[in-house]
Design a protein around this ligand. Structure first.
Ligand SMILES: [Zn+2]
Length: 172
């Protein structure tokens, strides 16, 4: 889940989307101070009274917090909400009987989730997530990495599997 803050300025009966920058509706100055702030519409938005630091005029903004799920596009084209637990589980399988601490996997899953959300794309192909996992597992545990890659890349035969192994060894 990601939180978006959308800000509006209301004046003269019109609503202008401000893209998170509070521009004074009178003089277009970008800095203002909040003089009053209170929840509106049962807490789904916050009403703020602001004063422009340049012309000292006052205006009202509404900040609406929206939450949108991050969707994963699977290989067959279907969409599914991003699930950090699923990501953890797929990494756990690859790390079976390896000495990778649970806390490390949690950290990796957190980092992956964070970087996906930073992209601000609402839909991410599962292949992109797979690449991120491989990139991170490679630094943590090579056996887990090769296991994950073999499932993820769906190695058809021993040759493609060997090719991946050779590539890994060459990078060292
Ligand atoms: Zn102003």
């Amino acid at each position: 889940m990601i939180l978006y803050v959308i800000m509006f300025t209301m004046y003269d009966f019109s609503v202008e989307r401000m893209d998170a920058v509070m521009k004074c509706p009178y003089c277009a100055h970008l800095e203002s101070k909040v003089v009053d702030s209170r929840p509106a519409e049962e807490g789904s938005s916050i009403r703020r009274r602001r004063e422009c630091l340049s012309c000292r005029k006052r205006f009202t903004t509404y900040e609406i917090v929206e939450s949108l799920p991050l969707m994963v596009i699977k290989r067959d084209g279907s969409r599914q909400a991003f699930d950090k637990n699923k990501l953890m589980n797929s990494m756990l399988k690859s790390c079976e009987k390896r000495s990778v601490p649970m806390s490390t996997l949690e950290r990796l899953a957190g980092e992956i989730e964070q970087s996906l959300q930073n992209e601000m794309e609402r839909e991410v192909p599962s292949t992109e997530i797979g690449e991120l996992v491989m990139e991170k597992l490679k630094d943590v545990d090579e056996v887990s990495y090769v296991r994950f890659a073999s499932v993820y890349r769906q190695f058809k035969d021993i040759n493609t599997f060997m090719a991946e192994l050779t590539k890994l060894l060459e990078e060292k």
